[in-house]
Design a protein around this ligand. Sequence first.
Ligand code: FAD
Length: 405
Amino acid sequence: MTFASPHSNSGAPQRSPVVVIGAGPAGLTIGNILRAADVDCVVLESETRAFIEQRPRAGVLEEWAVRGLERRGLAVNLLERAQRHTECEFRFGGQRYRLEYGELTGHHHWIYPQQLLVTDLVREYADVRGGDIRFGVRDVQLHDLDSDQPSVSYTDPDTSERVLIHCDFVAGCDGARGATRAVLTPDRARVSRYDYGIGWLALLAEAPPSNDCVVFGMHPNGFAGHMARSPEVTRYYLECPPGDDPDNWPQDRVWSELQLRLGASGAPPLTEGRLIEKRVLDMHSYVVEPMVIGRLFLAGDAAHLTAPIAAKGMNLALHDAYLLGDALIAHLTKGDSTGLTGYSAACLGRVWDYQEFSQWLSDIYHGTSSGDPYRAGTTLARLRRLFASPSAASTFAEQYLGSGY
Ligand code: FAD
């Protein structure tokens, strides 16, 4: 099946074994894995290098994910600069409850802003391993995915000409709104979607963290979250109506609501600062099955979006990237297709597990503010159980860390 025809004004076609669409954590990790094995690839990115190196998003990395980067020589800066977190704090009913998940499991999280990881991965891929990356590309299209000679075309931002690259495989790592969405027709893939019906005002504040660990505040006004990003910058979240306008949240309103929802006996007030990011996220998730369409292999948010409730998305993107990078090398250098054949199933187990945990955690975060006294009652019962039952705490810790594999 041909999804689109290459543009008629293409120059001479190019060739590369793999074309990676998207230079986020997934695409750049795959590119680095391929280059380390001397397999050529071309990474196509619609934004500029400066833009992706400054785009703030995630920050919480699971220990296994960092070990995977380290094994591939991609964690030198991270291990020097990231903070280790072993505890989180829940605040509800005006009290603070500490969950020492590091002690329960022997595992921890790493806190490292996504834009620093992307900066490290671009530098390693392009400047150290000599990888081909093309920024600012426009109108990426995929062709002949069902043949053994697929291709990708795009408009060059400098010449405005169409460029056509023939390849063996396409890695679709272009996030939730990329070019690979066009390929996801119902006859090729099932997209299961879940809308939480909740908005989060995602904030970045030029203010040092106000606590030594992540804080989850469950308040009748709505959920609030506090997550360190660096000694100077802290991410905060405030539950809000879906589709809310960030302009409804001037600086004063943001800080008074954060102080209220995260306030608890014995907790010092939050250190306030200038808000440098303020946007509303409508919380939703989806999973694409299978993650393979002909010669297109999806990875990361292109294949599954996880609302940032449990900080799982970047971790899943890295998990896919490790599996896909290794599978491509096995096929292209040894003719072993086992990894590619099993790729989708090998990813989806963890994907669905993380989706389920995010949904469970969403019930905890949002139950007390649901306006439904019955739901609020069962939410508080769950919360109390976390701190009364060591086995409930251990189960939470394992899922929060993604360590049960
Ligand atoms: P992306 O990072 O989205 O990268 C895709 C790339 O493709 C981008 O560079 C994009 O510019 C490019 N692209 C898009 N369209 C095209 C096109 N047509 N052609 C070429 N290139 C294209 N996850 C966690 O694990 N922990 C957290 O703490 C966490 N916090 C988050 C907080 C927020 C506010 C948000 C929004 C997300 C958070 N996430 C978190 C999720 C995480 O950021 C994503 O899951 C992660 O970025 C996915 O990586 P990716 O490589 O799959 O996609």
